[in-house]
Write a protein of this length. Structure first.
Ligand code: TXA
Ligand code: MG
Length: 352
């Protein structure tokens, strides 16, 4: 397929929030949910090689995977998620050498890959020419976001499929990321071919995204790898500048429950649920971590947001979360989720 026709395809993809779009426009698929046995992983690998859509666990969140070299399969990801046209996808590789064959790796990328891969870190780097990766993955940018995940099922799937796997989080756009197979099914049943179930994700927050395509490394998304750890290896990260959605995950209202959020709350008001943190949050409806562990809070965060969002409350109040380590990534998600929809067009940059 020529670059020109690919860009045309990009423009045909849904441009706005289209949750209301009738499902009849989408190819209906029979979605199987399989426990992640070696046989199930092999079945998933075959489905990917046939151009299918497979949701699989990573240490961060569940991903919605497709063969990153197959334009039609990548386009099907956008359709299943109702993803805005401009939002590029992360490509997952079995190891750093395979990633380095697809993008221009420099010394900084090598040092970060040595320190943190496999793991919850995504690097944005310039595309190599003719690297076989679908242009749709980059959504018109000259870069590709690459990651080597550490979760054993994800690694086995990458090895068995023998393909780079393009995978955004396996939720519908503007819904919170899934940390269990049942979250995936709630959003994508009937829209994808298979869900590999390996229980809850260990970290529960998406990967940290760092842009290395510029002279100064830039933090594009706070995530499962604390910024402090990255800065210890390559020095201070810049905050993104400019108004263009360089990383559209920075759209201010990217992670959104269906009801209002009130942050830094000490108690629930009338009709409010309280999402607590730490031992002092005694009246909490749910507590992210009664012992005050940020790791535990990160792992529980999306599942508890989903649960409270289903409950009989007018709004959700949230205890203060310390602004260190993974707490910064949790506060980032909370601030976005608390942004009223009409302000949710373009992002202010995420301060690192
Ligand atoms: O933990 C994760 O990162 C999960 C698992 C499945 O790997 N994936 C994930 O993907 O969260 P997604 O698509 O939901 O978020 C990817 C983020 C988005 O904010 C996107 O805009 C940004 O990465 N991104 C992807 N490619 C990019 C590129 N070439 N340049 C800048 N930002 C990019
Ligand atoms: Mg996502």
């Amino acid at each position: 397929m020529s670059d020109g026709s690919l860009l045309c395809m990009l423009h045909l993809l849904p441009a706005t929030r289209t949750r209301d779009r009738p499902d009849s426009e989408l190819t209906q698929r029979q979605t199987s949910i399989l426990k992640a046995s070696p046989e199930a992983i092999h079945e998933a690998a075959l489905a990917l090689r046939r151009g299918g859509l497979v949701a699989f666990p990573t240490e961060t969140v569940y991903g919605l995977g497709a063969d990153a070299t197959n334009d039609a399969a990548v386009a099907a990801i956008f359709a299943a998620k109702n993803r805005p046209q401009f939002n590029p996808l992360i490509v997952h590789f079995a190891d750093a050498d395979s990633a380095a064959a697809a993008v221009a790796f420099d010394g900084r990328a090598r040092r970060l890959a040595d320190a943190f891969w496999p793991g919850p870190l995504t690097l944005v780097l310039p595309r190599r020419a003719a690297n076989g990766i679908s242009l749709l993955v980059s959504a018109g940018l000259e870069t590709v976001a690459v990651r080597v995940p550490g979760q054993p099922v994800a690694r086995a799937l990458l090895a068995d499929a023998g393909l780079p796997i393009a995978a955004p989080s396996a939720n519908r756009s503007f819904s919170v990321s899934p940390t269990t197979a049942s979250h995936v099914a709630a959003d994508l049943d009937g829209r994808i071919d298979l869900i590999l179930d390996d229980g809850p994700c260990r970290l529960g927050l998406e990967s940290t995204v760092v842009d290395l395509s510029t002279e100064t490394p830039t933090l594009l998304r706070l995530g499962g790898l604390p910024v402090e750890d990255i800065e210890a290896v390559i020095g201070t990260l810049a905050a993104p500048t400019g108004s263009a959605p360089k990383s559209p995950g920075m759209l201010s209202r990217h992670y959104a429950p269906g009801r209002p959020l009130r942050l830094n709350a000490t108690a629930a008001g009338p009709d409010e649920a309280l999402l607590g943190f730490g031992p002092q949050a005694t009246g909490a409806t749910l507590n992210l971590s009664p012992r005050g562990s940020l790791e535990e809070a990160a792992a529980n965060f999306f599942a508890m947001m989903r649960e409270l969002d289903r409950g009989d409350f007018a709004a959700i109040a949230v205890s203060p979360i310390p602004q260190t380590g993974l707490g910064r990534a949790i506060n980032d998600r909370l601030t976005r989720a608390a942004t009223p929809p009409e302000e949710g067009s373009l992002a202010g940059a995420t301060a690192p």
